[in-house]
Design a protein around this ligand. Structure first.
Ligand code: HEC
Length: 197
């Protein structure tokens, strides 16, 4: 990533300048630690990129084969797509929810605590992305995932935005589904992106 490259450029520059003198200024070459703001910027970029991959695929599949087809697509591809982006960015990307569809996306106790704090703020506009250390002292990026109009055909209110026949298909794949009843602008879930360093 670009930000990572920026950290290395000054190092390369220093080594290049010092080869003739052989005297290295230890102070100057110490690795520059990422600040909280760096993690915040990186987290936002990763969340945006992941959202784009998921929603672009979703839109294409919905346009081609409708909601039924898209439910199957999400069932098969949502996790592998997220996992491959985790590898690409060298982080662990999760989408967790207080009302999960896939039980793998149930929040940990710490994530539930952060979700509760977000929910207490009322509207999504008040919920800011943030960085906090987890139980393993790793930096984690958190941000709300709002429900948009497009989402409601699978996460909306049955009989209103979510057709009962579509919900039957969803229930076949997810008998314990809790991810319905959302309206546009609701807090649907949360990004939880753990940095390895
Ligand atoms: C075609 C149906 C469909 C649409 C439209 C859809 N989703 Fe989902 N969503 C699913 C399915 C199915 C899963 C479970 C995926 C899995 O098994 O990993 C899911 C999972 C999720 C999750 C992970 C947490 C959980 O409950 O398991 C989030 C967050 C989420 N969706 C948000 C959204 C948002 C935001 C939109 C709109 C931009 C959206 N979804 C649109 C079907 C849909």
């Amino acid at each position: 990533m670009k930000t990572k490259l920026l950290y290395f450029i000054p190092l390369v520059f220093l080594f290049a300048c010092n080869t003739s003198e052989k005297k290295v200024d230890e102070e100057k070459i110490k690795v520059i630690a990422k600040t909280e703001n760096d993690y915040l910027i990186e987290g936002k970029q990763i969340a945006e990129a992941t959202f784009k991959v998921l929603s672009t695929n979703l839109k294409n599949v919905m346009a081609e084969g409708g909601v039924e087809n898209a439910i199957k697509f999400c069932n098969v591809n949502a996790m592998p797509l997220t996992d491959s982006l985790s590898d690409y960015y060298n982080v662990t990307i999760k989408r967790v929810s207080h009302k999960p569809r896939n039980l793998t996306n149930e929040p940990t106790a710490l994530e539930q605590h952060i979700i509760d704090n977000y929910l207490a703020l009322g509207t999504v506009e008040n919920m800011q992305p943030m960085i906090a250390r987890n139980e393993q002292q790793k930096n984690v990026f958190y941000a709300p995932i709002p429900a948009k109009g497009l989402c409601l055909s699978c996460h909306g209110i049955i009989g209103e935005t979510l057709l009962p026949e579509h919900y039957e298909t969803i229930k076949k794949f997810y008998p314990n589904d809790k991810a319905i009843g959302f309206k546009e602008g609701d807090f649907r879930g949360m990004w939880s992106i753990t940095f390895k360093q």
